[in-house]
Design a protein around this ligand. Structure first.
Ligand SMILES: NC(=O)c1ccc[n+]([C@@H]2O[C@H](COP(=O)([O-])OP(=O)(O)OC[C@H]3O[C@@H](n4cnc5c(N)ncnc54)[C@H](OP(=O)(O)O)[C@@H]3O)[C@@H](O)[C@H]2O)c1
Length: 263
Protein backbone atom coordinates (compact mmCIF):
# COMPACT_ATOMS: atom_id res chain seq x y z
CA UNK A 1 0.00 0.00 0.00
CA UNK A 2 1.05 3.58 -0.48
CA UNK A 3 2.19 5.04 2.81
CA UNK A 4 2.34 8.84 2.33
CA UNK A 5 4.89 9.35 5.12
CA UNK A 6 7.20 6.83 3.45
CA UNK A 7 6.35 7.10 -0.26
CA UNK A 8 5.37 10.78 -0.33
CA UNK A 9 5.11 13.65 -0.61
CA UNK A 10 6.22 13.39 -4.28
CA UNK A 11 6.15 10.41 -6.67
CA UNK A 12 8.01 10.27 -9.99
CA UNK A 13 6.35 8.27 -12.77
CA UNK A 14 8.24 7.60 -16.01
CA UNK A 15 6.21 6.84 -19.12
CA UNK A 16 3.25 8.77 -17.71
CA UNK A 17 1.80 10.03 -20.99
CA UNK A 18 -0.11 6.79 -21.67
CA UNK A 19 -1.05 3.35 -20.44
CA UNK A 20 0.14 2.01 -17.10
CA UNK A 21 2.13 5.14 -16.26
CA UNK A 22 -0.89 7.39 -16.73
CA UNK A 23 -2.94 5.12 -14.45
CA UNK A 24 -0.17 5.09 -11.83
CA UNK A 25 -0.24 8.89 -11.89
CA UNK A 26 -4.03 9.00 -11.49
CA UNK A 27 -4.18 6.44 -8.68
CA UNK A 28 -1.21 7.85 -6.76
CA UNK A 29 -2.68 11.37 -6.99
CA UNK A 30 -5.97 9.97 -5.69
CA UNK A 31 -4.08 8.70 -2.64
CA UNK A 32 -2.73 12.20 -2.01
CA UNK A 33 0.79 12.11 -3.51
CA UNK A 34 2.15 14.96 -5.63
CA UNK A 35 3.23 13.79 -9.07
CA UNK A 36 6.28 14.41 -11.25
CA UNK A 37 5.64 12.96 -14.70
CA UNK A 38 8.11 12.02 -17.44
CA UNK A 39 7.67 11.06 -21.11
CA UNK A 40 8.36 12.50 -24.57
CA UNK A 41 4.86 13.80 -25.47
CA UNK A 42 4.61 17.20 -23.79
CA UNK A 43 0.96 17.98 -24.55
CA UNK A 44 -0.25 14.80 -22.86
CA UNK A 45 1.84 15.46 -19.75
CA UNK A 46 0.55 19.02 -19.55
CA UNK A 47 -3.09 17.91 -19.80
CA UNK A 48 -2.60 15.12 -17.24
CA UNK A 49 -0.90 17.50 -14.75
CA UNK A 50 -3.87 19.88 -15.02
CA UNK A 51 -6.33 17.03 -14.50
CA UNK A 52 -4.48 15.70 -11.45
CA UNK A 53 -4.34 19.14 -9.83
CA UNK A 54 -8.04 19.80 -10.41
CA UNK A 55 -9.32 16.32 -9.52
CA UNK A 56 -7.20 15.64 -6.43
CA UNK A 57 -5.85 19.00 -5.21
CA UNK A 58 -2.26 17.73 -5.44
CA UNK A 59 0.76 19.39 -7.03
CA UNK A 60 1.88 18.06 -10.42
CA UNK A 61 4.85 18.85 -12.63
CA UNK A 62 6.49 17.20 -15.62
CA UNK A 63 9.69 16.95 -17.67
CA UNK A 64 9.85 16.06 -21.36
CA UNK A 65 12.67 13.52 -21.61
CA UNK A 66 13.68 10.69 -23.91
CA UNK A 67 14.89 8.11 -21.39
CA UNK A 68 16.74 6.17 -24.09
CA UNK A 69 19.07 9.18 -24.45
CA UNK A 70 22.32 9.48 -22.54
CA UNK A 71 22.10 12.10 -19.78
CA UNK A 72 18.33 11.80 -19.28
CA UNK A 73 18.75 10.31 -15.78
CA UNK A 74 20.87 13.31 -14.77
CA UNK A 75 18.30 15.68 -16.29
CA UNK A 76 15.54 13.96 -14.30
CA UNK A 77 17.57 14.12 -11.09
CA UNK A 78 18.16 17.84 -11.60
CA UNK A 79 14.54 18.58 -12.56
CA UNK A 80 13.36 16.98 -9.30
CA UNK A 81 16.20 18.22 -7.06
CA UNK A 82 13.91 20.62 -5.17
CA UNK A 83 11.31 17.90 -4.44
CA UNK A 84 11.13 15.42 -1.58
CA UNK A 85 10.55 12.32 -3.74
CA UNK A 86 9.49 9.15 -1.90
CA UNK A 87 8.35 6.89 -4.73
CA UNK A 88 9.73 6.09 -8.19
CA UNK A 89 7.60 4.24 -10.72
CA UNK A 90 10.25 3.10 -13.23
CA UNK A 91 7.76 2.28 -15.95
CA UNK A 92 8.67 3.76 -19.36
CA UNK A 93 9.27 0.99 -21.87
CA UNK A 94 8.52 -0.34 -25.32
CA UNK A 95 8.69 -3.56 -27.34
CA UNK A 96 8.53 -4.56 -30.99
CA UNK A 97 7.12 -7.64 -32.70
CA UNK A 98 8.90 -9.31 -35.63
CA UNK A 99 11.62 -11.83 -36.43
CA UNK A 100 14.98 -10.79 -35.05
CA UNK A 101 16.92 -10.38 -38.32
CA UNK A 102 14.02 -8.47 -39.91
CA UNK A 103 14.20 -5.69 -37.33
CA UNK A 104 16.25 -2.49 -37.35
CA UNK A 105 19.17 -3.20 -34.98
CA UNK A 106 19.42 0.48 -34.03
CA UNK A 107 15.79 0.49 -32.91
CA UNK A 108 16.41 -2.67 -30.87
CA UNK A 109 19.48 -1.08 -29.30
CA UNK A 110 17.42 2.00 -28.37
CA UNK A 111 14.85 -0.32 -26.79
CA UNK A 112 17.59 -1.92 -24.67
CA UNK A 113 18.75 1.57 -23.63
CA UNK A 114 15.18 2.46 -22.59
CA UNK A 115 14.06 -0.83 -21.00
CA UNK A 116 17.35 -1.76 -19.30
CA UNK A 117 19.97 1.00 -19.12
CA UNK A 118 17.40 3.76 -18.60
CA UNK A 119 15.48 1.83 -15.94
CA UNK A 120 18.73 1.07 -14.09
CA UNK A 121 20.15 4.63 -14.29
CA UNK A 122 16.94 6.26 -13.06
CA UNK A 123 16.69 3.70 -10.24
CA UNK A 124 20.33 4.44 -9.32
CA UNK A 125 19.59 8.16 -8.95
CA UNK A 126 16.62 7.57 -6.66
CA UNK A 127 18.03 4.72 -4.56
CA UNK A 128 20.78 7.16 -3.52
CA UNK A 129 18.20 9.81 -2.64
CA UNK A 130 15.96 7.35 -0.77
CA UNK A 131 18.92 6.04 1.24
CA UNK A 132 19.79 9.59 2.31
CA UNK A 133 16.19 10.20 3.52
CA UNK A 134 15.97 6.70 5.06
CA UNK A 135 12.77 5.65 3.32
CA UNK A 136 11.07 5.33 -0.06
CA UNK A 137 9.77 2.93 -2.68
CA UNK A 138 10.54 1.80 -6.22
CA UNK A 139 8.16 0.06 -8.59
CA UNK A 140 10.01 -1.46 -11.56
CA UNK A 141 7.68 -2.37 -14.40
CA UNK A 142 8.99 -5.61 -15.92
CA UNK A 143 6.63 -8.12 -17.61
CA UNK A 144 5.38 -11.67 -17.67
CA UNK A 145 7.62 -11.75 -20.78
CA UNK A 146 10.57 -11.66 -18.38
CA UNK A 147 9.75 -15.14 -17.03
CA UNK A 148 10.18 -16.88 -20.39
CA UNK A 149 11.74 -16.61 -23.83
CA UNK A 150 9.52 -14.58 -26.17
CA UNK A 151 10.10 -15.70 -29.79
CA UNK A 152 8.98 -13.05 -32.32
CA UNK A 153 9.90 -10.40 -29.77
CA UNK A 154 13.02 -12.08 -28.45
CA UNK A 155 14.95 -8.94 -27.53
CA UNK A 156 11.99 -7.40 -25.69
CA UNK A 157 11.57 -10.50 -23.50
CA UNK A 158 15.29 -10.39 -22.72
CA UNK A 159 15.04 -6.75 -21.60
CA UNK A 160 12.17 -7.65 -19.29
CA UNK A 161 14.15 -10.58 -17.87
CA UNK A 162 16.80 -7.98 -17.02
CA UNK A 163 14.22 -5.77 -15.26
CA UNK A 164 12.86 -8.70 -13.26
CA UNK A 165 16.25 -9.97 -12.08
CA UNK A 166 17.55 -6.46 -11.44
CA UNK A 167 14.52 -5.63 -9.29
CA UNK A 168 14.68 -8.92 -7.36
CA UNK A 169 18.36 -8.43 -6.61
CA UNK A 170 17.90 -4.81 -5.62
CA UNK A 171 15.05 -5.75 -3.26
CA UNK A 172 17.39 -8.10 -1.38
CA UNK A 173 20.15 -5.47 -1.20
CA UNK A 174 17.70 -2.96 0.23
CA UNK A 175 16.09 -5.22 2.83
CA UNK A 176 15.82 -3.43 6.14
CA UNK A 177 16.73 -0.06 4.56
CA UNK A 178 13.20 1.33 4.68
CA UNK A 179 13.03 1.25 0.86
CA UNK A 180 10.36 -0.99 -0.69
CA UNK A 181 11.04 -2.56 -4.09
CA UNK A 182 8.22 -4.03 -6.16
CA UNK A 183 8.69 -5.67 -9.56
CA UNK A 184 5.41 -5.50 -11.46
CA UNK A 185 5.03 -8.18 -14.15
CA UNK A 186 1.90 -7.56 -16.20
CA UNK A 187 0.67 -9.88 -18.92
CA UNK A 188 -1.11 -8.41 -21.91
CA UNK A 189 -2.75 -5.15 -20.83
CA UNK A 190 -4.96 -2.73 -22.82
CA UNK A 191 -2.61 0.20 -23.36
CA UNK A 192 -0.88 1.71 -26.40
CA UNK A 193 1.87 -0.93 -26.03
CA UNK A 194 0.42 -3.30 -28.68
CA UNK A 195 0.05 -0.53 -31.26
CA UNK A 196 3.59 0.75 -30.67
CA UNK A 197 4.87 -2.86 -30.77
CA UNK A 198 3.13 -3.57 -34.09
CA UNK A 199 1.02 -6.47 -32.82
CA UNK A 200 -2.09 -7.61 -34.68
CA UNK A 201 -3.88 -7.72 -31.30
CA UNK A 202 -6.50 -10.18 -30.14
CA UNK A 203 -6.65 -12.36 -27.06
CA UNK A 204 -7.35 -11.44 -23.47
CA UNK A 205 -5.94 -8.22 -22.04
CA UNK A 206 -6.25 -6.86 -18.51
CA UNK A 207 -7.44 -3.34 -17.84
CA UNK A 208 -4.54 -1.05 -16.88
CA UNK A 209 -6.37 0.41 -13.86
CA UNK A 210 -6.68 -3.11 -12.41
CA UNK A 211 -2.99 -3.87 -12.98
CA UNK A 212 -1.96 -0.59 -11.34
CA UNK A 213 -4.39 -0.95 -8.42
CA UNK A 214 -2.99 -4.40 -7.64
CA UNK A 215 0.59 -3.16 -7.85
CA UNK A 216 -0.06 -0.27 -5.49
CA UNK A 217 -1.66 -2.65 -2.98
CA UNK A 218 1.33 -5.04 -3.29
CA UNK A 219 3.94 -2.32 -2.63
CA UNK A 220 5.69 -3.07 0.67
CA UNK A 221 4.09 -6.52 0.88
CA UNK A 222 5.67 -8.39 -2.03
CA UNK A 223 8.74 -8.12 -4.23
CA UNK A 224 7.51 -9.86 -7.39
CA UNK A 225 3.91 -9.15 -8.31
CA UNK A 226 2.03 -10.77 -11.22
CA UNK A 227 -1.46 -9.31 -11.67
CA UNK A 228 -4.42 -11.51 -12.67
CA UNK A 229 -5.21 -15.20 -12.14
CA UNK A 230 -4.34 -16.27 -15.72
CA UNK A 231 -1.02 -14.46 -15.63
CA UNK A 232 -0.20 -16.02 -12.24
CA UNK A 233 -0.87 -19.45 -13.77
CA UNK A 234 1.42 -18.68 -16.73
CA UNK A 235 4.18 -17.56 -14.35
CA UNK A 236 3.79 -20.84 -12.44
CA UNK A 237 3.91 -22.93 -15.63
CA UNK A 238 7.02 -20.97 -16.69
CA UNK A 239 8.75 -22.07 -13.49
CA UNK A 240 7.79 -25.75 -13.42
CA UNK A 241 7.84 -26.84 -17.09
CA UNK A 242 11.04 -27.43 -19.12
CA UNK A 243 12.40 -24.19 -20.57
CA UNK A 244 12.35 -25.50 -24.15
CA UNK A 245 8.69 -26.41 -23.89
CA UNK A 246 7.82 -23.01 -22.40
CA UNK A 247 9.76 -21.19 -25.17
CA UNK A 248 8.02 -23.26 -27.84
CA UNK A 249 4.52 -22.57 -26.46
CA UNK A 250 5.33 -18.88 -25.99
CA UNK A 251 6.49 -18.69 -29.62
CA UNK A 252 3.26 -20.28 -30.87
CA UNK A 253 1.18 -17.71 -28.99
CA UNK A 254 3.27 -14.70 -29.99
CA UNK A 255 3.48 -15.69 -33.67
CA UNK A 256 -0.31 -15.47 -33.85
CA UNK A 257 -0.22 -11.79 -32.91
CA UNK A 258 2.82 -10.96 -35.09
CA UNK A 259 1.89 -9.58 -38.54
CA UNK A 260 2.70 -12.34 -41.12
CA UNK A 261 4.96 -9.98 -43.09
CA UNK A 262 7.22 -9.89 -39.99
CA UNK A 263 7.57 -13.70 -39.58
N1 LIG B 1 0.72 -3.31 -22.10
C1 LIG B 1 1.23 -4.51 -21.94
O1 LIG B 1 0.67 -5.51 -22.46
C2 LIG B 1 2.45 -4.70 -21.08
C3 LIG B 1 2.72 -5.98 -20.59
C4 LIG B 1 3.84 -6.17 -19.79
C5 LIG B 1 4.68 -5.11 -19.49
N2 LIG B 1 4.41 -3.87 -19.99
C6 LIG B 1 5.33 -2.80 -19.64
O2 LIG B 1 4.62 -1.72 -19.07
C7 LIG B 1 5.35 -0.51 -19.25
C8 LIG B 1 4.38 0.57 -19.71
O3 LIG B 1 3.89 0.21 -20.98
P1 LIG B 1 2.38 0.47 -21.41
O4 LIG B 1 1.73 -0.83 -21.60
O5 LIG B 1 1.76 1.46 -20.52
O6 LIG B 1 2.64 1.09 -22.86
P2 LIG B 1 2.25 2.49 -23.52
O7 LIG B 1 0.79 2.74 -23.34
O8 LIG B 1 2.81 2.46 -24.89
O9 LIG B 1 3.04 3.56 -22.62
C9 LIG B 1 4.46 3.62 -22.67
C10 LIG B 1 4.90 4.90 -21.96
O10 LIG B 1 6.33 4.95 -22.03
C11 LIG B 1 6.71 6.20 -22.59
N3 LIG B 1 7.93 6.08 -23.36
C12 LIG B 1 8.17 5.27 -24.43
N4 LIG B 1 9.39 5.48 -24.92
C13 LIG B 1 9.96 6.45 -24.13
C14 LIG B 1 11.21 7.10 -24.12
N5 LIG B 1 12.15 6.82 -25.04
N6 LIG B 1 11.45 8.04 -23.17
C15 LIG B 1 10.51 8.35 -22.27
N7 LIG B 1 9.30 7.77 -22.22
C16 LIG B 1 9.03 6.82 -23.14
C17 LIG B 1 5.54 6.61 -23.47
O11 LIG B 1 5.49 8.02 -23.61
P3 LIG B 1 5.98 8.86 -24.87
O12 LIG B 1 5.69 8.07 -26.10
O13 LIG B 1 5.18 10.13 -24.75
O14 LIG B 1 7.44 9.09 -24.63
C18 LIG B 1 4.37 6.14 -22.62
O15 LIG B 1 4.07 7.11 -21.66
C19 LIG B 1 6.48 -0.83 -20.23
O16 LIG B 1 7.69 -0.97 -19.51
C20 LIG B 1 6.06 -2.16 -20.83
O17 LIG B 1 7.16 -2.93 -21.23
C21 LIG B 1 3.32 -3.64 -20.76
Amino acid sequence: MVNPSKHGPWAVVTGASAGLGEHFARQLAASGLNLFLVARRQERLEVLCDQLKRAHGVQARYAVLDLAQEGSDLALDQATADLDVGLLVDNAGAGYFGRFDGQDPERLAAMIRLNCTGVMLVAHRFVGRFKRRGRGGIIIVASLAGFQATPWMSVYGATKGFDLLFGEGLAQELRGSGIDVLVLNPGSTSTEFGKVAGSTGGGFSMRPEKVVGGAIRALGRKVVYVPGATNKLVALVDRIFPRGFVAHMSGRTLRKITPPEHW
